[in-house]
Design a protein around this ligand. Structure first.
Ligand code: 5GP
Length: 366
């Protein structure tokens, strides 16, 4: 048994130290990044924020909106070929190639589905191979196989949380490594298994290795607010993938629920006589992890007896159209860049000094 003593940090353990800068306004900050890749000959340009490939956030409705902002949606793997046909018939396919990313697991069924999908739409630039635990030898072999079959594709593979596996996946053919085990808002892996890694440290470690090999990383999971997304970029993430912050909107998946709640106000008649308490209707949308009991029941006919659920189901207050959240997020990012003097997201790590803190923000009104 070994114990690693080094301090590992999460987003909540640090803040950016403000730095002098010549930037005068947040409108001067450029969120678009241009990228080249280690294996794929393709180039890509866009805002490096991704909606997670969960069936509540990797939806066609979110993709339609995100494309307009040049942001990526990794589409969940449970749409049928007919769903894809209808979607592709209805959008600008040049944009879809850039900002819509199909995802797959590692089963034979996944391979079959992806082959059919690429036959339908060969212009996809990206492909995301996503497993909960990217540490198996089988997984790097699988990445090698997919790289051989799709030599031009910008290949995303994960999830891992350490430099050694980042290196292994890049050398096996991944262009971009997805980083994060256990930080997700709907994830219970750390409770169920005790396994994980502080997400900001994981990003820093994996990015250092990936960048030395001309690879990239995605910081996947654990962002609770725009400041966390900025910290992920500041730590070296090339892309940030988000689930919970994009849940609960019109464009998100998940059932809508209405509940009637008693308020503290009283209803009166025309004479001012109290009739009784006033009620209000609150709206929620369901959000759940892709290894939750709910997702297993929906797609795998229930939890197998050798598996436990590693995701939770939560009720999120309904948040309206996703556009407001996109604007809030990109506004926060621009502002973070302005505080530290980064003209582009790419410049953010070199302008970043994190200070360790014991308190992140004032909770007086929470
Ligand atoms: P969030 O932005 O909600 O904090 O994190 C989103 C990420 O959580 C996803 O991209 C995915 O990596 C991870 N995730 C989604 N569903 C589950 C689950 O059921 N269990 C675990 N362990 N992680 C999940």
């Amino acid at each position: 048994m070994l114990i690693e003593e080094g301090l590992r940090i999460d987003f909540s353990d640090v803040l950016f130290k403000p730095m002098r800068s010549t930037l005068r306004s947040r409108s001067e900050v450029q969120l678009i990044r241009k990228m080249k890749f280690r294996h794929s000959p393709a180039t890509w340009e866009g805002v490096p924020i991704m909606a997670a490939n969960m069936d509540t956030t990797g939806t066609f409705a979110i993709a339609r909106k995100f494309m307009q902002y040049r942001m990526i949606t990794t589409i969940h793997k449970h749409y049928t070929l007919d769903d894809w046909k209808a979607f592709l018939a209805d959008i600008d396919t040049a944009q879809a190639a850039e900002y819509v990313v199909p995802s797959m697991g590692t089963s034979d069924q996944d391979i079959q589905r992806i082959r059919e999908l690429f036959a339908l739409f060969p212009r996809f630039k990206f492909l995301c191979i996503d497993v909960a635990n990217g540490y198996s030898e089988f997984f790097s072999g699988f990445v090698r196989r997919i790289r051989q079959e799709f030599p031009e594709i910008i290949l995303i593979a994960g999830n891992v949380v350490s430099g050694d596996m980042t290196q292994e996946l890049i050398l096996s053919g991944a262009d971009i490594v997805k980083v994060g085990i256990g930080p997700g808002s709907a994830c219970t892996t750390r409770i169920q298994t005790g396994v994980g890694m502080s997400q900001l440290s994981a990003i820093i470690d994996c990015a250092n290795v990936a960048h030395g090999l001309d690879g990239q990383v995605i910081g996947d999971g654990g962002c609770t607010c725009p400041g966390d997304v900025a910290k992920a970029f500041g730590g070296g993430a090339d892309f940030v993938m988000i689930g919970g912050m994009f849940a609960g909107h019109d464009e998100s998946g998940g059932e809508m629920i209405e509940e009637v709640h008693q308020t503290s106000q009283m209803e009166t008649d025309d004479n001012g006589t109290v009739i009784g308490p006033m009620y209000e209707t609150r709206r929620y949308k369901m959000f759940y992890g892709m290894s939750s009991k709910k997702a297993n029941e929906k797609y795998a006919g229930g939890l197998k007896d050798y598996r436990s659920s590693e995701g939770r189901e939560v009720k999120i207050p309904y948040r309206g159209p996703i556009e407001a959240t996109i604007i809030d997020l990109t506004g926060g990012l621009r502002s973070a860049c302005t505080y530290v003097g980064a003209r582009t997201i790419k410049d953010l790590p070199k302008c970043t000094t994190f200070v360790r803190v014991t308190t992140q923000y004032n909770t007086m009104y929470e």
